[in-house]
Ligand binder design. Structure first.
Ligand SMILES: Nc1ncnc2c1ncn2[C@@H]1O[C@H](COP(=O)(O)OP(=O)(O)OP(=O)(O)O)[C@@H](O)[C@H]1O
Ligand SMILES: [Mg+2]
Length: 331
């Protein structure tokens, strides 16, 4: 039976190797332990390794079968993970071209992910900022960003979110005129800020600007600081969130921090997520805490907020004038 309260969570971060897959696998187990029927989608197309992390051999069908149209529903490829309530949609590795989807293939993948039966769908989107990656990321209600306390990681997280924000504003353009306005108003510049873009849109089309702003105000970004060892490094994450607010017009919550922990390396070699191997490790407990926090977020409120401006378009001037005249006559 379809679940209207199904939550979509995507994990990104732009940069390779920051810990996205570790966070995805451990969080997925944590969510299942909290009683949520969880599906983990290994959408790191071309370099998938969640099945390895769960000690599984990828002998059955994978997302490649969905992309190619041999399977239509995710349920046809899901495998057990050793944690009750958590199923994995294995990704495809080392297939040249798998990371670049043509239009139909992308639509098939998105549709399968959207329609899967679950309480929570967690998507490990992989590195990079191609449209395939960004569009999967933007499917989500809650957008997790994993960052290391390093300048290059901040830079890549920023570039990643900026690409997601642009794609979302472009997606809010519901007419040809608005699509053209977006193209003209959004110069491909590294230093351009999103609030400036919204101002330019507002000058020509206030309704479109409001729709775009509503999407950004409810973007649902959750920061995870990985390999954090000092309070000072925690502080840098607060500064990063402020930068996202100023430059991208989006609010980013601090979901949690993970310290550098050698046991993650061990857990990968043991082919079990750390939280399965040692639920009492402080990082495992950290994942339980993060899962709880994610489940407490007002996802339905975010969804509603994103489309609020669509539901209440600005009155066209003539209609507003007539409404004013009516009010005058009734006074
Ligand atoms: N908190 C941590 N402590 C110690 N090692 C870590 C930690 N986080 C990640 N690592 C190490 O970093 C490596 C990369 O992690 P992971 O595969 O999750 O990154 P990723 O962002 O998914 O990379 P990719 O973009 O290549 O998919 C792992 O092999 C792991 O050993
Ligand atoms: Mg990964």
């Amino acid at each position: 039976m379809p679940n209207p309260d199904k939550i979509f969570i995507a994990i990104g971060g732009g940069k390779g190797g920051v810990g996205k897959s570790i966070v995805s696998s451990n969080l997925a187990v944590a969510l299942a332990r909290l009683g949520k029927r969880t599906v983990l989608v290994d959408a790191d197309l071309g370099a998938a390794n969640q099945h390895t992390m769960f000690g599984l051999d990828r002998t059955g069908p994978t997302l490649h079968g969905i992309i190619q149209g041999q399977h239509r529903e995710l349920s046809e490829i899901l495998v057990e993970t050793g944690t009750p309530g958590l199923l994995l949609a294995p990704g495809c590795g080392a297939i040249p071209g798998a990371a670049n989807l043509e239009g139909n293939a992308k639509a098939r993948l998105m549709e399968a992910v959207i329609n899967v039966s679950a309480d929570v769908v967690l998507i490990d989107v992989g590195a990079g900022i191609s449209f395939d990656v960004i569009d999967l990321y933007n499917l989500a209600d809650l957008r997790l960003v994993v960052v290391l306390p390093q300048l290059t990681s901040f830079q890549n997280a920023y570039a990643f979110l900026k690409a997601a924000v642009h794609r979302s504003i472009e997606g809010a353009a519901d007419t040809q005129a608005r699509r053209e306005l977006y193209q003209i108003a959004s110069p491909p510049s590294e230093t351009d800020r999103i609030p400036g873009l919204l101002t330019r849109l507002r000058e020509h089309d206030p309704t479109y600007a409001r729709m775009a702003k509503a999407r950004l105000q409810h973007f649902g970004v959750e920061l995870i600081g990985n390999q954090i060892v000092s309070p000072k490094e925690r502080g840098t994450l607060v500064a990063v969130a402020k930068m996202f607010q100023d430059f991208l017009g989006i609010e980013a919550n601090q979901l949690g921090h993970l310290r550098f922990n050698r046991r993650f390396g061990e857990s990968i070699n043991a082919r079990r997520p750390l939280i399965q191997l040692d639920p009492l490790d402080d990082c495992s407990r950290g994942f339980m805490q993060m899962a709880q926090t994610l489940l407490s977020r007002d996802v339905l409120g975010l969804r509603k907020g994103r489309t609020a401006a669509d539901e209440a378009p600005a009155p066209i001037p003539e209609a507003a004038l007539i409404a004013d005249l009516h009010a005058l006559l009734r006074a």
